[in-house]
Design a protein around this ligand. Sequence first.
Ligand code: ATP
Ligand code: LTN
Length: 330
Amino acid sequence: MTRILSGIKPTGKLTLGNYIGALRRFKDFQESGEVFIFIADLHALTLPIDPNDLRENSRDLAAFYLASGLDPKKCTIFLQSSVSAHAELNAILQNYLFMGELSRMTQFKDKSAKMNGNEIGLGLFAYPVLMASDILLYDANIVPVGEDQTQHVEITRDLVKRFNHRYGDNMLIMPRAQVNKVGARIMSLTEPTKKMSKSDPKGDIFLKDDEKTIRKKIMSAVTDMVGKVQYDPENQPGISNLLNIYAALSDITPEEAAEKFKDSGYGDFKRAVADKVIEELTPFKQRYQEIIDSKSYIAVLEEGAAKANAIASKTLKRVQKAVGLLGFDD
Ligand code: ATP
Ligand code: LTN
């Protein structure tokens, strides 16, 4: 059976970008495969974060997973830090990715450029090793992510080739990224050439924003002087981003969305986008609140950790034996 695995870092308030690029799609895999969805809390430590914020973000993310339609009977939802095999496999796999290739990762270059050069943690540099460990521990075949994460799945694939060449075919299972054609990269509403990002929020829509705030943010989104609703990301990045949002939430292509609004003014078009986002997020937020109030996420994470541990510890053992660890028997 196909194994599907993905995670989100609890680094801040979830954005519409996270929702469209990742969260919204996870539930679709539940019927066709075995799904593992986790909270990448160890990854959240790769940039400075207050412990209370990390706890609250992690709790919120668990509730958002459940609110998005993930069913704990059909998929395994857990905290990365509650499965110690992630850190143990990380300690092994760090020897099979090289400094040169890690230093070429776009995410590392972007995030480290914003920091004081003397305070860049080793974890930020080694981020892809831990991400590879997350994926490989569950023998995942498919990794649904937004476009910004495909480079990390590619380096995982390089690692698998290198490792299997040395220790035997299928010692690690080759994963592949699955990126949606529509909505893989939602841009900031105020700077539509930059990715909407939760740890560097500019022009973000947050999943917890109220209706009035969402409407206000969309109505004041940056557009252009062209005056026509067309899908042209290069020359009309603001309008194209709004088309992408509308299209992703309507399960159509941005070109189809552009056709629908080709005779509309920017004001009417923005109103339609705001309506669409509000229509999607309002019931989602209600479910989120019910889950937070009932604290049902606690039992879900406990059960998830037990299931994840059982699978992860087997893979870890297989890898430990392959490289010559765990002593002398057999
Ligand atoms: P950070 O700002 O902390 O790096 P982020 O907002 O980029 O966070 P991640 O936790 O890195 O979010 O990503 C969670 C998932 O959401 C990943 O699959 C990622 O590809 C996807 N994602 C993040 N931002 C966007 C975006 N703007 N458009 C589409 N998908 C996105
Ligand atoms: N790096 C990812 C979060 C993440 C992840 C993973 C995603 C950590 N480990 C394994 C897929 C598979 C991000 O979203 N920034």
